[in-house]
Design a protein around this ligand. Structure first.
Ligand code: FIX
Ligand code: ZN
Length: 414
């Protein structure tokens, strides 16, 4: 293949990636109907837990002194520490600047007060349009937790949701702290106890069914620790086996498992205090092989697990691998993981999700990821063309539309 064709191919791939409309399969965003649960603007960007963890690396400030500050005071400290006193080269710092730049603000000015003035002139509704347009996303999938005291009452009185925001029924409390969540279930009128009797399991299934009816979720999801095992003689094991998997099968919903998070290794950092641990891929294999009629949407937090997960996906068609999650969502690892997945799985995976907690983050998380994924795909299509098989522009667009959304929607319909 001559250089001209290589250049044509690269241009086709990059154009297809840049113009691909995205379904962001996992975020912590909320539609404007959820009020203050939707975070956006420069002070929410600067107090993102990734940046808080990085800020404390430079400070002897007691954690509680930070948490007693106002959000603006916290943002000022993050800005001073990570952007002024040190160059903002981390991925999370760079992301803030990418957002400001894409919004047309003067990053060179380094003028935090000017940035605040810009956001003060916006409403949440119009800013959702701005962010979706700049990030070129069609849909974001939320993380919706009926056990969350702030979110639950909104669901009970909600009559509409911006259709660009899709829901997910998130069940971490049910699986990972059943004793405390069982008390909440009792207070909501479900006849459950910690014995996990048949009656309790039936009531948990009723709870799941009622929230599926209320939320219309695309999948059920939970984050799970590195030592997550299945089958397991534990509340979590019993509830997954007797409640979650049957209900998912009944409603045709994937069970989304995000595996490998060590919660609060440093409690003083609060949301920023979680860490990573390597998990047993055998758990994923056993679930996929024992429940062939269930669908599993899985990502793992450990870099080493991502290779094992890609191999597992070769064995089980009911397993869909997604995203470069959290501590893996950095250019060097997104590049490595995406190339590995192309080499092992072809195009049958979902390369990325944003995990955005702040609306504006979709702008940078997708700008950064599109570039890297395009880099990898240019290599792969050039390697393909070098064999004499030259992909057409329509084929490239088809493939890339799958990676950035259609594979997800097709998996939901399977
Ligand atoms: O469990 C999850 O959904 C994680 O993504 C979050 O708990 C985590 O704080 C996060 O936002 C990572 O990007
Ligand atoms: Zn998340």
């Amino acid at each position: 293949m001559d250089n001209t064709t290589n250049r044509d191919l690269e241009q086709m791939v990059r154009s297809a990636v840049d113009n691909a409309s995205i379904t962001d399969v996992h975020t912590h965003l909320f539609s404007p109907q959820f009020g203050d649960l939707l975070l956006w603007g420069i002070d929410d960007l600067l107090t993102y837990h990734y940046l808080i963890a990085e800020t404390f690396r430079y400070l002897d400030l007691p954690y509680d002194a930070f948490w007693s500050m106002t959000k603006q005071e916290q943002a000022d400290l993050v800005w001073k520490t990570l952007f002024v006193e040190n160059s903002p080269i981390s991925e999370a710092c760079r992301g803030v600047l990418t957002v400001l730049s894409k919004l047309g603000l003067d990053v060179e000015a380094r003028d935090l007060s000017a940035y605040r003035e810009f956001f003060r002139s916006k409403t949440a509704e119009e800013y959702v349009d701005t962010c979706f347009k700049l990030a070129r996303i069609d849909y974001v999938v939320m993380t919706n937790d009926p056990f969350d005291d702030a979110e639950r009452p909104i669901w009970l009185s909600l009559d509409e949701i911006d259709p660009r925001f899709k829901s997910v029924l998130r069940i971490d409390p049910l699986l990972n702290s059943f004793e405390s969540s069982s008390r909440k279930l009792q207070s909501w009128g479900y006849e459950v106890d910690t014995s996990l009797s048949k009656g309790t399991l039936a009531e948990i299934r009723r709870f799941l069914s009622e929230w599926i009816a209320r939320m219309n979720p695309l999948y059920l999801a939970a984050s799970l620790p590195p030592d997550f095992a299945f089958p397991e003689d534990s509340p979590r094991g019993r509830i997954i086996e007797r409640c979650v998997l049957p209900i998912c099968k009944e409603y045709g919903l994937p069970f989304g498992m995000m595996i490998g998070v060590k919660k609060l290794v440093n409690p003083g950092l609060r949301l920023a205090g979680d860490s990573v641990g390597k998990s047993d891929i055998g758990t994923v294999e056993r679930l996929c092989s024992s429940y062939p009629d269930n669908k599993f949407l899985v990502t793992m937090l450990s870099r080493e697990n991502q290779h094992e997960l890609a191999v597992a996906a070769r064995k089980y068609r009911n397993l869909m691998v997604f995203g470069c999650w959290w501590f893996l969502n950095n250019p060097s690892l997104v590049r490595e993981i995406t190339a590995m997945r192309c080499e092992l799985l072809g195009l049958s995976f979902i390369p990325q999700h944003s995990d955005a907690r702040v609306l504006d983050q979709v702008i940078y998380k997708w700008a950064h990821s599109r570039k890297i994924i395009a880099d990898v795909l240019v290599d792969k299509y050039n390697d393909l063309a070098a064999t004499g098989w030259t992909p057409t522009e329509d084929e490239i667009r088809r493939d890339i539309a799958g990676l950035f959304g259609q594979n997800f929607w097709d998996f939901l319909k399977r």
